[in-house]
Design a protein around this ligand. Structure first.
Ligand SMILES: *Cc1c(COP(=O)(O)O)cnc(C)c1O
Length: 421
């Protein structure tokens, strides 16, 4: 069989053990056909089940009013507990190390309160240059909040001249060079622009070796790549649920706090009643006593509708498991890389800047285009591809294992080949 034929792609789909999951999602339409949706890195698709989960909570509210907090199979009072276990498995954590709450940037700030505790000599933050803007603003405002000049306090990791991605040895070298002036190392797990997956274990070890705290923004990593946050001794992590985890626009965020910190009630934090010892929560007494684990960072009562949508997705992830997802994800992307390489054989037109080795990436490929990149992107859009354009000239595509098919990948690359400059 020749790889670059539609029938070969369909054969791969037939053999795909996860092929039935595509049916569980709504695929947006283009000219009455399924779009080639390659944007799960930005907003995951809607599971068909989500609507019923939301209706279920609306009915619960309709029927019980305030008593819904204590009644039914999933009383709202304990709602976060129904999500922690599945979420913990996705990031490689113990159940009590994870809590679902708030939104991503809010949680990043809450974690900074506890884990960015600068002194006059140890105050620097090491992060990626060109990080996702929200993370840049969060770090910058945190440095200022503590009275530091961000230009001095924030050390940015940048690729070597002529390279697009960071080398682990350079990251570690930067950490070592700044040594005991570093309070925190905070980088993305997978870079949103290049799709590079960093060596989180090695970075954590290096950060700890110089006495800094280490945290990760896993917006592009959670539900995408295998993670072992507990075993790697990561101090904290945050992620959103609406990208790879298909949990609705602006959906709930996840937080990981390593149990070595989660069991320490004296660790400074911004507190709210939902983080208070559950048995006494409604006694409305003075004096905050945090719950054990990440749950002790909760502020408010659970956002049930958003969390109900997230739970649908978490249950699906739990059913499939990250191993099976990752296995398919590696095949999908290897297939995409292979097809693009074939296109490039005559003339190098599509430069994949994402690392080629699966250990250094998830299921996003960032393709550097020529000067006509925007026209190419528009051509793809007109032909039913939903991808993502980043100035000045990168197209980001993600083939996600739950709902993308090998046929999606084939048709996308076929369109790339059809585009004429
Ligand atoms: C998507 C993303 C965000 C978005 O933050 P919200 O608070 O959910 O709006 C922040 N940081 C990174 C790295 C992201 O990829």
């Amino acid at each position: 069989m020749i790889r670059n034929t539609l029938s070969y792609a369909r054969e791969l789909d037939q053999k795909d053990l996860l092929k039935d999951y595509r049916e569980k999602f709504w695929i947006p339409q283009h000219n009455d056909k399924d779009c080639i949706y390659l944007c799960g890195n930005s907003l995951g698709l809607q599971p068909k089940e989500t609507k019923y989960a939301l209706l279920n909570e609306l009915d619960h509210w309709k029927e019980h009013g305030v008593e819904g907090h204590f009644k039914g199979e999933m009383p709202w009072m304990y709602y976060h507990q129904f999500l922690s276990e599945a979420a913990a498995k996705i990031v490689g954590a113990q159940k009590d190390e994870v809590v679902i709450m708030n939104t991503l940037t809010t949680n990043l700030h809450l974690m900074m309160v506890s884990f960015y505790r600068p002194t006059s000599t140890r105050y620097k933050i090491i992060m990626e240059g060109g990080a996702f803007p929200s993370d840049q603003y969060a770090m910058e405002s945190q440095a200022k909040f503590h009275g530091f000049d961000p230009d001095d306090a924030i050390i940015e990791l940048v690729p070597r001249t002529g390279e697009h991605t960071l080398r682990t040895e350079d990251i570690i070298q930067t950490i070592m060079t700044h040594g005991d002036s570093v309070a925190l190392v905070m980088i993305g797990g997978v870079n949103y622009y290049t799709g590079q997956l960093y060596n989180l274990e090695a970075i954590t070890e290096a950060g700890h070796a110089i006495g800094a705290k280490v945290g990760f923004d896993l917006a592009h990593a959670a539900g995408n790549v295998p993670l072992q946050l507990h075993d790697w001794n990561v101090d904290f992590a945050v992620w959103c649920s609406y990208k790879y985890m298909n949990s609705s626009p602006g959906g709930s965020s996840g937080v990981f706090v390593h149990i070595m910190h989660g069991k320490n009630p004296d660790l400074p934090r911004f507190a709210g009643w939902w983080g208070h010892n559950e048995d006494e929560r409604f006694l409305m007494k003075k004096g905050f006593i945090p719950m054990n684990g990440a749950a002790g960072w909760q502020l408010s009562n659970a956002q049930i509708l958003s969390m109900a949508a997230h739970k649908v997705s978490l249950d699906m992830f739990d059913e499939v498991g990250m191993d099976a997802l990752r296995t398919k994800s590696e095949k999908l992307i290897a297939y995409m890389i292979g097809l693009i390489d074939e296109l490039n054989r005559q003339e190098q037109r599509f430069n994949i800047i994402t690392p080629r080795s699966p250990k250094d990436r998830g299921c996003q490929l960032s393709i550097l285009t020529g000067n006509d990149g925007k026209q190419l992107f528009d051509f793809l859009t007109e032909n039913g591809v939903v991808a993502d354009w980043r100035e000045p000239n990168v197209i980001r595509v993600a083939a996600v294992p739950l709902y993308n098919s090998f046929e999606d990948v084939y048709r996308f690359v076929e369109l790339l080949g059809k585009y004429n400059t």
